[in-house]
Design a protein around this ligand. Sequence first.
Ligand code: S3P
Length: 428
Amino acid sequence: MKVFPVKRLQGELKVPGDKSISHRALIISSLACGKCNISGFLPSEDCLHTLNCLRQMGVKINIYSPTDVDVVGVGLHGFQEPNSPLEAGNSGTTARLLLGLLAGQNFFSILTGDDSLSKRPMGRVVKPLQKMGANIWGRQNDSMLPLAVRGNKLQGITYDLPVASAQLKSALLLAGLLADSPTTLTEPSNSRDHTERMLRYFGVQLKKDNHTITIVPEQVIKARNIIVPGDFSSAAFFVVGALITPDSELIIRNVGVNPTRTGLLHVLQQMGAKISLFNKRMICGEPVADIHIVHSKLKGATVEGQIVPTLIDEIPALVIAALHADGETIIRDATELRVKETDRIAALVSELNKIGGLITELPDGLIIHGSQQLAGGSCESWHDHRIAMALAIAGLNVKDKISIKNSDCVAISYPNFFEDLASISITK
Ligand code: S3P
């Protein structure tokens, strides 16, 4: 994909459904007793992997339109043994959440994924599940896909999570529902809390006290309909695009603004960004708003500590904003970026430096040297959707143009990204 500089970004748009919430809507509806409708569903490659895995386990899912699906829940114990391996593709959320579910089912299953996912750490989920009594085997001491699971009755545990990971927390909450005694989890800091919110919306009792959650097993999950808000992580690319492109003004409607996801807004506002939220409302237990953004002069910032998990997926977008800010931006405590769809620290340094950026790599983050006019040129997505979209946003303000290899990976989370970007681009 080639991206040419634009005069400005202008107009209104709606981004597609939230990826994290779409996965959870499918999984939690499957565990419910009866039919649930999901509207605003994200029909991206990652979520379709979850959908197909659930179908392989006998869950009936009707797709009325790409964003409108019905799931007929089978209850906690109504899944069937899949007769072929479950394919999670590129999706960490599919693999990790389903591991929690599979560990407590009365059947055998194999879970696999693509090259990228097969290199990502699964031991963080497997180890505590094994403590709960799960039978899970795989390469590298049971820590990498493909994994074989012989489901059985689990015991509840009390467990301190070594990382703030919503995928890990969610896998253990799902396993906790299937166990024979309560499970108590403590996170080092808050990761996204969509699973807790959705379980409560479906009538499940959870006790939450600061970073500690307790779930009691064998609760009935009532069938409910879910409306999925727009994905803040997708909106983030346009937020940054409008901030760094002179004369831009944008409204993004119907975006999920769960505080465990919107750390980027706080950092950008601290950097001088003119961003406001309006029409704030609650939809199915999640806060939603419209976002208004105008081009702003930005200054560098330091980003570290507990805010990092709340903006971890937005760091590729934040780095583009930082390249246009006055002064340095330092991002630390972000080692998790090294085990995402690709090593995002290495990818951002390599690709942005190729097109004229100046970024220094740290073991746990990056130093971005601001006030840069990027030259443009050829770069590569590393088959990572968020790297591809960050590079595209960088391309809006280069001197010449940029050409992004393997940009079709945007379909992992945002199949129409380039069309939507074109719809708000006013070209020179
Ligand atoms: C996700 C959690 C985060 C995030 C990922 C989606 C989820 O990962 O980076 O894109 O849907 O639970 P971790 O659980 O590894 O922090």
